[in-house]
Design a protein around this ligand. Structure first.
Ligand SMILES: *Cc1c(COP(=O)(O)O)cnc(C)c1O
Length: 463
């Protein structure tokens, strides 16, 4: 044995307890019950080796022993926290794609949870006892609400556009105005989606002006399979502009014997002007004007779960449903349950703004938002006496590419002073993270989406 073994000396000098002793301690028992032996052992090892690495051997007493277990408990709690969790959306963008777009009415969320917990009649016809169609739970509701002959649903609107083109224009040309070759949030680019659908893009017109003759001149018999109209979602072209109405476009397409597909993007099932919101095209209007297929998102202005809704004529929808890709893009039982619930809420339009969170938030009166801002602003001012805290009128956005130039009068709590990035980080680290935005050297917390029922929870975690 060497006369001097530094490693052995250190080990002997270390008063750290053994893993076994730690695992047997009464203080560890609740951790074992909650997280299991494997995870607790790993966490204790991590704490011990971190302590050794820090050269912090301490003096082994009850306090050190307890501190080691508590540190392990902290690690375990942090590791087991859900990665996706509820946040307070105070960005001022109501349908925020990165924050999950529309929130569902409680009854829709419950219907989804119920479907997940149980066997359901997903593809089972209870009347005949035979196999059924999963989309039948929502397609007749969608037809009633849009005036369509037929309807089907897929994973999201990008999938809806892709599937419609793949079904109706595979290996052929699709005409799209150059003013509509848009990108939405980076991952949806109209030219790319058309390419991947197996159709070939034929651009017509110019960025700012496209005329009826541009479409008519571009149609080649046997080669052109469809005309696609894409709603200008997240931008507006203003000034010297021209675009062809859906009526005219439908007429041109039908004269050539090809369908008009309209991607409404946000598309609302009801006329939002009724609630004082800016006009947004409805599937009913598009179909009435001559579109054969209309696609739109479930979780934008419609206020439902993520879904791509496809409504239109029976022949086209039947062909879409027979496309093998449909199987790859179909909805699961939970979202179908949520979607069915939301569509049923539409049957009672008078109470829509009350029951549908997306619409309730979009139509929330500024005075109501101001009252929230003032209440939480005064609590924050008490809590952070050294900070410059104010409440100001601001404007919220609808979001998700809907009506990009229209802003809704709102109210915010704003915080000034140094270290705003750090403060924003602190708020994001709360148990229910608070997401605001920094502009003009202030942290802005738009209170539109902080409803009265959320206020207590918001305040409780600040104080
Ligand atoms: C949002 C949007 C899409 C994509 O819809 P997802 O539901 O996000 O897939 C496609 N087209 C337009 C015009 C849109 O606004």
């Amino acid at each position: 044995m060497p006369a001097y073994d530094a490693a052995a000396m250190v080990q002997h000098a270390s008063p750290l307890p053994s893993i076994d002793a730690l695992l047997r301690a009464p203080r560890t028992e609740p951790l074992l019950i909650r997280f299991g032996r494997t995870a607790v052992t790993a966490a204790l090892r991590e704490v011990l080796s971190a302590r050794r690495a820090a050269g912090d051997f301490g003096v082994l007493g009850d306090a050190t022993f307890a501190a080691i277990v508590d540190q392990a408990a902290g690690r375990l709690a942090a590791q087991s926290a859900m990665s996706q969790r509820p946040v307070f959306n105070m960005t001022g963008t109501v349908l925020h794609t990165n924050l999950g777009r529309s929130t569902l009415p409680p009854e829709a969320a419950e219907a989804a949870a119920e479907a997940l917990r149980n066997a359901t009649s997903l593809e089972f016809d209870l009347a005949t006892g035979r196999r059924g169609e999963r989309d039948d739970h929502v397609s007749s509701l969608l037809c009633e609400l849009s005036g369509a002959e037929a309807a089907t649903v897929v994973n999201n609107n990008a999938a809806a556009v892709m599937l419609a083109l793949n079904t109706l224009a595979l290996g052929k040309q699709v005409l799209v105005s150059r003013g509509e070759l848009i990108e939405i949030g980076g991952s949806f680019r109209v030219p790319d989606i058309i390419g991947r659908s197996g159709a070939a893009l034929r651009e017509v017109g110019t960025t700012n002006r496209t005329h009826a003759r541009d479409y008519a001149d571009a149609i080649i018999p046997e080669t052109t399979a469809a005309v696609l109209r894409v709603h200008q979602a997240n931008y507006a072209i203003v000034g010297f502009t021209a675009m062809v109405s859906t009526e005219t476009l439908g007429r041109i397409a039908h004269q050539a014997g090809i369908p008009l597909i309209e991607d409404l993007g946000s598309g609302s099932l009801v006329d939002l002007e009724r609630w004082g919101l800016p006009h947004e095209a409805t599937p009913r209007q598009s179909l009435h004007a001559g579109a054969d297929i209309v696609t739109f998102s479930g979780d934008k202005l419609m206020g439902g779960p993520q879904a791509g809704l496809i409504v239109g004529n029976k022949i086209a929808i039947t062909a879409i449903n027979r496309n093998p890709l449909k199987r790859a893009l179909r909805l699961d039982k939970a979202r179908l349950a949520a979607l069915e619930t939301v569509l049923r809420i539409y049957a009672d339009p008078d109470r829509l703004a009350e029951r549908l969170p997306a619409l309730r938030l979009l139509t929330r009166p500024q005075a109501d938002i101001q009252a929230t801002a003032e209440r939480i602003g005064s609590v924050m001012a008490q809590h952070w006496p050294d900070r410059d805290i104010a409440t100001v009128a601001c404007r919220s956005q609808i979001g998700s590419g809907a009506l990009p130039v229209d802003l809704l009068p709102s109210f915010a709590v704003t915080i000034g002073g140094a270290g705003l990035e750090n403060l924003a980080k602190l708020l994001r680290a709360l148990p229910r993270p608070v997401i605001g935005r920094i502009a003009r050297r202030r942290l802005i917390l738009d209170c539109r989406c902080l409803e009265a029922s959320d206020e207590a929870g918001f305040i409780a975690q600040l104080t």
